[in-house]
Design a protein around this ligand. Structure first.
Ligand SMILES: [Ca+2]
Ligand SMILES: [Ca+2]
Length: 134
């Protein structure tokens, strides 16, 4: 797990370098859920305000759902993973506690909507961190 995170950090550094050349990056945290973002919604069925994350966030601190005064931490109720790899969410900060897997865009699906989860089941209003799963 630790090794995997180091690899992920290295890849992220490479991605930043690549990004300067291609400028094809989605704008994280601009309130719009775009390709290559992990999006959490305040309410079920992708409603009530969105927060569009990058691939890794160890603690949801000072992050709100767009257009609301509601913090993301312990308040997300639906998700849409638009990365081409899976994302694990965790009920505690620091990538700990009960985890939930959010399938990659297009993985075993015919449509980009497949990896969206209209509700988070037993993880509802509990998510506090997430990381990409390469
Ligand atoms: Ca965005
Ligand atoms: Ca909620």
């Amino acid at each position: 797990m630790v090794f995997k995170r180091i690899v992920a950090a290295s890849l992220a550094s490479l991605a930043v370098l690549a990004g300067t050349a291609t400028t094809s990056y989605a704008a994280y945290e601009d309130g719009s859920c775009q390709a290559s973002e992990f999006c959490l919604y305040k309410n079920t069925n992708y409603s009530g305000g969105v927060h569009d994350f990058g691939p890794d966030d160890g603690a949801y601190i000072a992050e709100w759902f767009s257009g609301t005064a509601t913090l993301v931490n312990n308040n997300a109720s639906s998700s849409h993973n638009r990365f081409n790899y899976g994302i694990y969410t965790y009920e505690y900060s620091g990538y700990s506690g009960p985890a939930q897997y959010h399938r990659a865009t297009g993985t075993g699906c015919a449509s980009t909507e497949c990896p969206a989860y209209s509700n988070l089941g037993s993880h509802n209003d509990k998510l506090s961190s997430h990381s990409g799963w390469w």
